[in-house]
Write a protein that binds this ligand. Structure first.
Ligand SMILES: [Fe+2]
Length: 486
């Protein structure tokens, strides 16, 4: 018998949060100064209609640290269509994972809505919540939603990626946009300077239409991304019985492709490499960097298709006849590309699921030693041990030696991305703290746990009780040094 219920995981925060955190076990480090913000599901239900957690209207939740004290602020990410759904008391728009409850409303319905709940980033003085199709600017003090981001020179028929990255060395924000095409999608990389002036740095036709690209990375000379070996079954998507995501197929003969696009003209040619087994589905890239002319890309790969069934609340699962099946395994892999020989070598850095990668922000695109990952460190006591989507552990991985240091929140502790807050003035890459939102499934509340980034296995330095649940711990999270929420 499971000690906790899935209903706890899918419980939405009923109110927006705004208070000092006074219930603290341990001590908040006095030097910890700034704000960690998580983006993720906020409203799992509208009326009696529930969503896959990737489709639930988002909530940004920030905890500000200052002089050993902390305060929390949570705001729902607002979009006009969410307001219309709240007023109607039901889901009005089809999502990528969640069809409309009335099966026939999905027939030929390709107007897919996005809720900007995947990631959160800051650039050029702006704070932005991002999703697959839209990015929403937030007030950096209150987290209240402002307007949808206008991408300026990016053509309107392009869709901006969900996870842009800051290159701290070139002082640019890097993002890609995808233009859907009947024969093949086009991908374009953009660099935004601190005044948000954009430069189109590279354009490329991909291998087919509806190309599934999630994350990006960069080295000094290249933009890096993976085109998954998927194919959209268009008739299934249009027929509307299955969701858009579940209309994706992974044909046996189609491998994921690692792409390297030169950041500047004259810096070489674009190249792609089919990734070998066990790499099948790739969401996140840890980092890319160059050494002696070679390009080294570290990423997490699942060894099979990912169905995200565990992302559906139980009532939605039973209504649609979905069952959680044991998912594929995962591994952290290193691919070394020699651009002159056009060769690729593969190596496994760690065998096991290690997702939502975090590295030191100043090591983006450069040689690095450490990554922090959410990992499957607990098995058996969860609501469903087959649900590989839920992770209970945090691990520090030394990508040079393979050594790991692990902390587990236990079978009833669901963790968010472990975010690195570097110690001010630190010179070591791992000198700082890890900030992890943990849903305690037994107590049905959310805590923020502070760990020593250099050795998470040492255990909790502090646990801050938020006093209520925020449900699903989150999709991505980021630490903003020095930023203060009201
Ligand atoms: Fe992501």
């Amino acid at each position: 018998m499971s000690p906790i219920d899935y209903d706890v995981v899918y419980r939405s925060p009923t109110t927006e949060l705004e208070r000092a955190i006074t219930d603290v076990q341990g001590e908040i480090p006095a030097e910890l100064d700034g704000t960690v913000i998580r983006n993720g599901a906020g409203l799992q239900k509208i009326g009696s209609d529930s969503f896959n957690f990737f489709d639930a209207p988002g909530m940004v939740l920030g905890v500000t640290f200052e002089q050993g004290k902390a305060r929390v602020r949570g705001r729902h990410v607002r979009h006009p269509f969410v307001g219309e759904e709240l007023a109607a008391g039901r889901q009005l728009k089809r999502r990528v994972f969640t069809n409309l409850p009335n099966r026939w409303s999905n027939l030929f319905n390709v107007k897919i809505a996005d809720v900007a709940q995947h990631d959160v980033y800051s650039w050029g003085g702006r704070l932005i919540a991002s999703g697959a199709m839209r990015h929403c600017e937030l007030d950096p003090t209150t987290l209240d939603s402002r307007a949808e981001v206008d991408w300026g020179v990016v053509p309107k028929d392009h869709q901006m990626c969900q996870m842009p990255r800051v290159d701290p060395h070139e002082k640019v924000l890097i993002g890609f946009s995808q233009k859907p095409g009947a024969g093949a999608d086009e991908i374009a990389f953009w660099e935004f300077d601190e005044r948000w002036q954009a430069r189109r740095a590279a354009t490329r036709k991909l291998g087919g239409p509806a190309a599934f690209v999630h994350d990006l990375a960069f080295s000094e000379r290249y933009f890096v991304f993976v085109e998954n070996g998927t194919k959209l079954e268009l008739l299934s998507a249009l027929w509307g019985k299955r969701s858009i995501y579940h209309s994706l197929a992974w044909p046996k003969d189609k491998r994921p492709k690692l792409w390297l696009l030169p950041r500047n003209e004259g810096a070489g040619e674009a190249m792609s490499f089919e990734l070998p087994e066990p790499a099948v589905t790739i969401f996140h890239i840890l980092n890319a960097h160059e050494r002696n002319g070679e390009v080294i890309v570290d990423l997490h790969a699942f060894s099979g298709p990912i169905d995200f069934i565990a992302g559906y609340p139980p009532e939605l699962r039973s209504r649609q006849g979905m069952r959680i099946e044991r998912g594929p395994g995962g591994s952290v892999m290193r691919f070394t590309v020699d651009p002159t020989k056009r060769s690729l070598e593969a190596k496994t850095l760690y065998s096991g699921i290690g997702e939502l990668p975090e590295i030191h922000p100043m090591r983006q695109g450069r040689d690095y030693r450490f990554a922090w990952l959410t990992s499957q460190e607990s098995d058996g006591g969860e609501p469903d041990p087959n649900a590989t989507l839920w992770t209970h552990g945090v691990c520090k991985l030394d990508v040079q030696s393979g050594a790991r240091s692990v902390w587990s929140a236990g079978a009833s502790g669901f963790v968010s991305q472990a975010v690195l807050a570097p110690r001010p003035g630190a010179t070591e890459e791992d000198d700082g703290w890890l900030l992890v939102f943990v849903l305690d499934g037994e107590r049905a509340t959310t805590d923020l746990v502070i760990l020593d980034a250099s050795n998470p296995a040492k255990g909790e330095l502090a646990r801050l009780h938020l006093g209520q649940t925020i449900g699903v711990p989150g999709t991505h999270a980021t630490f903003f040094g020095g930023m203060k929420l009201a």
